[in-house]
Design a protein around this ligand. Structure first.
Ligand SMILES: CC(C)[C@H](C(=O)O)[C@@H](O)C(=O)O
Ligand code: SF4
Length: 426
């Protein structure tokens, strides 16, 4: 795509393809969207906005139904009359327009989108959800937009962007035992802060990233927004290729979709060989401390799930660490696999029986208590530990509650003791 030999970032390459001409960071472009995702919370407003835009048109059709995906995940199964009405409205819209619609049983949007093969390297993807940056784990430029922007995408398939600058995190070293990609991303966010990557495309590279399996890469890309990032990209490699070949029959690896050597970026280097498990403390995601500084904090509820850490691999870590031990007295352990597919893997491995024996609760795939809009809420003064991505005041229920964020391993260790516990000591 490049017309000269200047090195380009992967974001510049993707926006050049989407704009049909070579563009650089800082330029404003009208970009063609490859894929658009919306869900049960932000979808209804996008649909209303779409009809508003189309009000004078005789034919009120979306630009390309095959490029839109509608999912229900935040309030499922419908937990209020309002949610039920929203589901009805979106089902009707999807049917009329011929749009793919994953219903209440399928899972969390950011798990289902990659899982069902809706994203590939080099794509420009938008979703009306802030954690849409998760699909950067597949080498796409993927970002969250508002419902009114989504209405414009439904109508035209295009959206204005400023091509972002790049902030590149080169992470080297081998992860110590019981330390996971969640600890890496919490460490990075704690280091650069909640605004550290504002309107930049975060790129994650280096041996510590390229050695991660897809499940752990998704955790890292998912949380780019918690440092203000517009995207969170990991260039595609053999691991990505193997994941995509199972899902997109005609997928062919294209080495073009990566940042060129020497492309302009703000570079941050890390060595995680001695990284401790990390915990984000109330009430900000960048309030990150090593677990040893917060161990002993009593917890009332532990939530293992969400688009950040609700995959089979995450839940397996918990199952293995807990073994035959019960959940500590007085603690509620809530486990919610991120999708039906992940749930089935957990089921087939025998872990659901193990968790139920241990006194945990296992729920069908959904966002659950992640953003406090559904069930499993925290009451006044309660302390929650979660494997999700946000711990803002009131995020999981009462504004008088406290949410800590950690890896599944730290969550499992804490479920056994009833207090925040260093998984290396179990
Ligand atoms: C409901 C939705 C708008 C929201 C988001 O955009 O992130 C939610 O998914 C969240 O995690 O807070
Ligand atoms: S699991 Fe949480 S972070 Fe992910 S989409 Fe749902 S509410 Fe948002």
């Amino acid at each position: 795509m490049s017309t000269n030999n200047e090195p380009m970032t992967i974001s510049e390459k993707i926006f050049s393809k989407a704009a049909g001409k070579t563009v650089k960071a800082g330029e404003f472009v009208l970009a063609n969207i490859d894929r658009a995702m919306t869900h049960d919370i932000t979808g209804p407003l996008a649909v209303d906005g779409f009809y508003e835009i189309m009000r004078d048109k005789e034919e009120k059709k979306v630009w390309d139904p095959s490029k839109i995906v509608i999912l229900f995940d935040h309030q499922v199964p419908a937990d209020s009359l309002n949610a039920a009405q929203n589901h009805i409205m979106l089902r009707k819209f999807a049917k009329e327009q011929g749009i793919i619609n994953y219903d209440v049983y399928e899972g969390v949007c950011h798990q289902v989108m990659p899982e069902k093969g809706h994203v590939k390297p080099g794509d420009l993807v938008v979703g009306s959800d802030s954690h849409t940056c998760a699909y950067g784990s597949l080498g796409a430029f993927s970002t969250g937009i508002g419902s009114t922007d989504m209405a414009a995408v439904f109508a035209s398939g295009k959206l204005w962007f400023k091509v972002p600058d790049t902030i590149r995190f080169e992470v080297e070293g081998k992860l110590p035992k019981h330390v996971y990609s969640k600890d890496i991303i919490l460490h990075l966010i704690g280091d650069v802060g909640a605004e550290g990557a504002r309107y930049k495309a975060a790129e994650y590279a280096g041996s510590a990233i390229s050695s991660l399996p897809m499940s752990e890469r998704m955790t890292i890309s998912n949380m780019a927004i918690e440092m203000g990032g517009k995207a969170g990209i990991i260039e595609a490699d053999a691991t990505t290729e193997a994941y995509l070949k199972e899902r997109i029959p005609d997928y062919e690896f294209d080495p073009y979709w990566k940042s060129d050597e020497g492309a302009e970026c703000e570079l941050h280097k890390y060595d995680i060989s001695n990284l401790e498990p990390q915990v984000a403390c109330p009430h900000n995601v960048d309030n990150v401390k090593p677990v040893t500084e917060v161990e002993g904090t009593k917890v009332d509820q532990i939530f293992v799930g969400s688009c950040t850490n609700g995959r089979f691999e995450d839940i397996e870590v918990v199952a293995k660490m807990m073994g035959d031990e019960p959940v500590a007295k007085g603690v509620r352990l809530l486990i919610i696999p991120a999708s039906r597919t992940e749930y089935m893997k957990v089921l087939r491995a025998g872990y659901i029986e193990q968790f139920m024996e241990a006194g945990a609760m296992v729920e069908s795939p959904c966002c659950g208590p992640c953003m406090g809009g559904s069930f499993g809420l925290l009451g006044d003064g309660e302390v929650g530990l979660a494997t999700s991505n946000r711990n803002f005041k009131g995020r999981e229920g009462s504004p008088q509650s406290f949410v800590y964020l950690s890896s599944p391993a730290t969550a499992a260790a804490s479920a056994l003791t009833g207090e925040i516990t260093d998984p290396r000591k179990i």
